[in-house]
Design a protein. Structure first.
Length: 292
């Protein structure tokens, strides 16, 4: 992925000016801080502006965290302005490229000049296609207690089985429906209890481990409700499947907390958005099971 320009034609009087922009490190991980340095040497009488926070909106591939501007250095050879941006990416492209411009203010217009495009490599924390990874079940045989096979015990068991079969034939559909609803409700209740526990503990401890675990059980609960592999989806992929703007923004905020270690006052609100969404989807699925 590449962002920026390097070949834009400029008015002749500005073609000689070229900013210098580069990533301070050569690699990063999803959600980890990455630093981009931008400097510009120019005549002292030239007025220049560096990109601010608003420049990093959609569809810019990096999230903006903060910027540090350095005082202008002026000598007989001209002036040098510089800034270092703290960014983070949540894209999954292995190589990501950008070139941030510098704006030159002129009496009639504003001219953008770009440095050479620089690239940074994304470290793979999980090798291979995560969507194809499977859990391994323990299928080793387990010892069982021996059951004494007395004739009268067999007769009692056979009678019970016959009664159960008759009842299943007569009321099978209603029994299966009631059983499914009961299991569905029980799992939802357990989810809410655990999610609320983690959410309340996060409010008091501000532990990133708690919010990471809360996100994990939320995705697993949505798998139960929607019958889709939400555990393998990134926040961006969930946003493409579920067109809910508030949910997408909350997932982005939680990603910033987990990967960027950036806890803020809105984190607990984001957890509430996730919980409310799961309750709505549960109630919708519950109604469809009742009407099946």
């Amino acid at each position: 992925m590449s962002w920026g320009q390097t070949g834009t034609s400029l008015p002749p009087e500005y073609a000689q000016y070229k900013p210098v922009g580069y990533f301070v490190q050569d690699s990063t991980g999803i959600g980890l801080p990455v630093y981009y340095s931008l400097s510009f040497k120019h005549p002292a009488n030239l007025e220049v502006i560096f990109p601010g926070k608003e420049y990093f909106g959609e569809p810019f591939p990096f999230e903006f965290y903060e910027s540090k501007y350095y005082p202008t250095k002026t000598t007989s050879g001209g002036s040098i302005d510089s800034v270092v941006y703290k960014l983070a990416t949540f894209e999954i492209d292995k190589v990501q490229k950008i070139a941030l411009p510098v704006f030159i203010l002129t009496p009639k217009d504003c001219v953008k000049v770009f440095p050479e495009t620089d690239s940074i490599f994304l470290k793979e924390l999980v090798k291979g296609d995560v969507k194809k990874l499977k859990t391994k079940e323990n299928i080793a045989p387990q010892p069982m207690e021996e059951i004494f096979n007395y004739p009268y015990l067999i007769a009692i068991i056979a009678g019970v089985v016959i009664l159960l079969l008759i009842g299943w034939i007569a009321l099978g559909k209603r029994i299966r429906q009631s059983l499914s609803l009961y299991q569905f409700q029980s799992r939802h209740t357990r989810f809410l209890r655990e999610f609320n526990r983690l959410s309340n503990r996060f409010k008091s401890r501000k532990s990133i481990h708690d919010i990471e675990k809360a996100l994990t059980i939320w995705k697993k609960h949505l798998e139960l409700i929607e019958d889709k592999p939400f555990s393998t989806y990134t926040s961006k992929e969930i946003g493409q499947i579920v067109p809910n703007h508030e949910l997408v923004q909350s997932l982005k905020l939680i990603d910033r907390v987990i990967y960027g270690k950036s806890v803020n006052d809105k984190t607990s609100d984001a957890l509430e958005v996730l919980k409310d969404f799961s309750i709505l989807r549960f109630e919708s699925k519950q109604e469809s099971l009742r009407n099946a």
